[in-house]
Design a protein around this ligand. Structure first.
Ligand SMILES: [Zn+2]
Length: 267
């Protein structure tokens, strides 16, 4: 019995209750969360073996995925020889799962030309999200980019005829076509696309350190690539371009490729 306990302990290292000394975190560790942290300037910090950018005030940021259950955090201050690490639990969330059965089969499968276009456009989005800019525009927090009714939440998933579809990875704000969309935080516009197959008129804004936000299905865009934005500056207007069943803004938040819940940053 003791041997079994020892084997279990060795194969699943205990999770710590608090982050390693030398850093603090502003947000709880929960699924879909953007987490802003503070350490000392010159600190080396990594999250799940990924080295973070630490600004001259010691600020850093990372994100936790929809289904992530733990995270490993390491910190080494400028005058220290060795890093301190801790494995921490990520609080699980409940996501709405909607099961729909008895649908006719195969009505929305894209043809090969459409599939190729979807992949080309996804590559443009992925490229914009790779950017690791030294600006710390994320550090002041976020406000809602549009007024309207919340019509879709992060993490929800439909199961059609028993087949799980991709979870919904953003916040939907429904409002009439033409409703203003404004910058929820300062940033730089890194992508403006007039017509993507799935997402229509699309904009990506970079907020520094790998944090970016996306605005899709717009009826109009008011920005150009490279433009710097302050909070509240116009981005465009709500529409239903691309594949959308009604006028709404789909607002997404990313840490590099990791999709986060914008509602947790702008409740
Ligand atoms: Zn959406």
């Amino acid at each position: 019995m003791l041997l079994l306990a020892l084997i279990l302990a060795a194969s699943a290292p205990a999770l710590a209750a608090t982050p390693p000394a030398g850093l603090s975190l502003d947000q709880p560790l929960r699924q879909g969360q953007l987490v802003i942290g503070h350490s000392a300037p010159g600190a080396r910090i990594s999250v799940d073996q990924r080295n973070l950018r630490v600004d001259d005030q010691g600020r850093f940021v990372f994100g936790l995925g929809r289904d992530q259950s733990r995270v490993s955090l390491c910190v080494r201050l400028a005058d220290e020889a060795k890093a301190r690490c801790a494995g921490l639990p990520v609080a699980p969330r409940e996501y709405a799962i909607e099961r729909v059965d008895g649908l006719p089969q195969g009505t929305v499968t894209p043809n090969p030309a459409e599939q190729a276009r979807i992949e080309r456009e996804a590559a443009l989005i992925a490229k914009a999200r790779e950017r690791n800019d030294p600006r710390s525009d994320f550090a002041g927090g976020f406000v809602r980019p549009a007024k309207g009714r919340i019509s879709g939440v992060f993490g929800s998933q439909r199961v059609l005829n028993g087949e799980p579809k991709s979870p919904h990875m953003g916040l939907d704000i429904a409002a009439p076509v033409g409703t203003a969309i404004t910058a929820p935080a300062p940033g730089v516009v890194t992508l403006v696309h007039p017509d993507m197959l799935l997402t229509g008129q699309s904009v990506i804004v970079d907020h520094g350190h790998g944090v970016s936000s996306v605005y899709i299905h717009m009826s109009r865009t008011d920005v150009v690539e490279g433009q710097e934005l302050k909070v509240g500056d116009p981005i465009g207007a709500i529409g239903m371009t691309g594949r959308a069943s009604g006028p709404h803004l789909h607002w997404g938040l990313n840490w590099f490729e990791v999709k986060l819940d914008p509602a947790l940053m702008a409740p």
